[in-house]
Design a protein around this ligand. Sequence first.
Ligand SMILES: Nc1ncnc2c1ncn2[C@@H]1O[C@H](COP(=O)(O)OP(=O)(O)OP(=O)(O)O)[C@@H](O)[C@H]1O
Ligand SMILES: [Mg+2]
Length: 368
Amino acid sequence: MSSALSIENLEKRFTPGVRPAVDGVSFDVPAGEIVVLLGPSGCGKTTTLRCAAGLEHPTGGRISIGSRVVSEPAKGILVNPRERDIGMVFQSYAVWPHMTVRQNVAYPLKYRRKAGGDINARVRETLELVGLGDYADRPVVSLSGGQMQRVALARSLVYRPQLILLDEPLSNLDAKLRIRLRDELRRILKMTGMTGLYVTHDQSEAVVLGDRIGVMNEGKLLQMAPPAEIYNRPTDAFVANFTGASNVLRGKVLSSAQGRATIDLGAAGRIEAWTPQTLSAGDPARVALRAENIRLGERGPANAFSGRVLERRYQGMQTVYDLELGGQKIEALELGTAARHPGEGEIALTLPPDVCWAYRDDGKTVDA
Ligand SMILES: Nc1ncnc2c1ncn2[C@@H]1O[C@H](COP(=O)(O)OP(=O)(O)OP(=O)(O)O)[C@@H](O)[C@H]1O
Ligand SMILES: [Mg+2]
């Protein structure tokens, strides 16, 4: 299948001499797929999206929509945003305050000079899709935030653009509504068969919405993969940390081959880990691990350790244990409403090798 959007080596430099906001980013969005760009504030997500839309002028690389090159600065190619057949939804609901819901949603069709009958049917159908069928004649200013956000969404869906770009469209909503619209949005995009590029700094949104997630940091795309792969096989220490593997154990590589490594953690002993990198004996290494993957009170066949509970924090739905392991601190998470382990003293721990990931330790911080 051809790609609806193809980004090759995209660069956007706002200020000469300063690190580019988008620094050699490449990825494809195949037709019908939803790709989510995830990363901390300032990593270049919005800039990437705005370059695709044509609202920002790239300084390097190539962007194609369908089979058409819409931006290639080296050849002086830059297609006007209006000629890109793209729908866009932003964080702030850009609705026309003096119009009704129906008028707002009809606007893009009128603007594109569609016939009258066609417009009414399309508008009705799209309002049903976003759950606003009964609100067509309400003034848009009388709606709640979530309803307005859905008007903005309907307005981008109504003319069936080949590609829809969404920049944190749910971030202004309360938590409950955000979760509902997040789920609805995936259903709507899949039902209409649209291709989507979605930007967020919220991992849970990325996981639910994305067919693939691209994690960005400092203008670079670090990894692009299906959600389960990002969560279980992060190829980069930053990706591991940003998606929640907040425990880091430091040590030195003892040996490594074929995606496996043995790391010497000093006083804690040796740990077996998966690694996406080619590590050499003696390299400083860090081992990343999610708090929920630590097995408390268990002595497994590999990576069984003896730790000490420093503090136990009951949080209702889960309990967090602050642990010490050979002089290093880690956190373990126990799901459920009852804490089953003591709040102090020695405890058996198993850190299953498959969910321990080793990376070369270049000394740089990976905390987002
Ligand atoms: N018009 C501009 N002029 C100069 N620098 C800019 C401009 N727009 C963005 N930047 C810079 O480019 C970098 C990337 O910004 P961008 O808005 O793409 O980040 P983001 O990932 O969308 O962040 P957020 O999650 O906060 O929205 C930032 O360092 C930002 O300050
Ligand atoms: Mg942004």
